[in-house]
Design a binder for this molecule. Structure first.
Ligand code: ZN
Length: 326
């Protein structure tokens, strides 16, 4: 074990409210088989969605984390979708994970750190931010395109300034999204993150703004260009082992981008080495070895290591997280 623990900084938790967690999950239409697939990938039966999901999911995640080369997982809350007036859009969104749920889990399990999720248009956004800072939040997570957040809205300036002042980094989804419903497609563009960056927030663009579906616009080069303008912009490697997102891995392995990369898996998103092997980034032996690895967190780590991501990718996030009592 290295002196500094390796971190997976992009891990989703979900729940159906079974333990009074306040979580809910609402899977509709073609997202249903996708949800089933994700459960299967992490070794849970499809029926888990209707059973004690909280208990099953956390037990499974802890087991995989403890059995992997990673020491810590940053688990992500998921706020509701709000409109521009700060009213909750109750019909939008496919899952909800309250901040208290991840904060509580992080207190109970030393392997977890809590990333809260606060829509800055919420009427109580600043109070909620203060409350979460006091409770030990290490990061803030949002999905501008799925949660309808125009981060460049000047009304949010105070919110971003407070995050910068508190040293709380922002993990923001960028690029297309197909596992949960999109409310505003244009907000997949990383340029949506300009204002928090200008306010001094350390921002991590999830997936480096790569496209997820065949017909998504490609924003990777816009992200790469922005890293030259903003020294506080980073990118995570989450979901790089799904069919399309991994296209830009070679650029991510080279400077100047290499020193801006942090490791995330996007658990429970499936992890397969096939795409990397087809693109010639893995030899057959490594591809087969990783395919035999049952632990999805370890498989993702091994694949990224084999593709050439240096060890620093797995520990760099420590310099960005807000750690109050190490
Ligand atoms: Zn994610």
């Amino acid at each position: 074990m290295p002196a500094v623990k390796r971190v997976d900084m992009h891990v989703h938790v979900v729940g159906n409210g079974s333990r009074n967690s306040g979580c809910w999950v609402r899977v509709r239409g073609w997202h249903r088989p996708l949800a089933g697939l994700m459960l299967r990938e992490i070794g849970l039966p499809r029926g888990a969605l209707k059973a004690d999901l909280e208990e099953l999911y956390i037990e499974r995640l802890l087991k995989q984390l403890r059995g992997s080369s990673l020491g810590t997982a940053v688990i992500l809350a998921q706020d509701l979708v709000y409109d521009e007036q700060g009213r909750a859009m109750n019909d939008a969104g496919s899952f909800y994970v309250p901040n208290d749920y991840v904060l509580e889990l992080a207190k109970r399990h030393p392997e977890f750190l809590a990333a809260v999720s606060i829509h800055p248009a919420r009427p109580n956004a600043l109070e909620e931010l203060e409350r979460c800072l006091a409770a030990g939040a290490v990061m803030m997570k949002c999905l501008p395109n799925c949660q309808n957040i125009n981060c460049n809205d000047r009304r949010f300036t105070r919110f971003w300034e407070r995050m910068a002042e508190a040293g709380l980094p922002l993990l923001a989804h960028t690029g297309g999204e197909h596992t949960i419903p999109v409310v505003c497609r244009e907000y997949a563009d990383p340029r949506i993150l300009a204002l928090p960056l200008e306010c001094g927030v350390n921002v991590i663009a999830a997936h480096c703004a790569t496209r997820s579906g065949l017909f998504d616009p490609e924003y990777f080069h816009i992200f790469a260009g922005m890293t030259r303008r903003f020294s506080n912009l980073y990118g995570d490697t989450s979901a790089f082992n799904v069919p399309i997102r991994g296209r830009h891995i070679p650029e991510c392995l080279r400077e100047p981008l290499a020193s801006r990369m942090v490791h995330g898996s996007d658990y429970p998103v499936p992890v397969h080495g096939l795409w990397a092997w087809l693109r010639g980034r893995l030899d057959y032996k490594t591809f087969r070895r990783c395919a035999r690895e049952k632990n999805i967190l370890e498989r993702d780590y091994q694949l990224k290591l084999a593709m050439g991501f240096p060890q620093a990718t797995f520990t760099r996030i420590w310099s960005l997280l807000r750690i109050t009592n190490p």
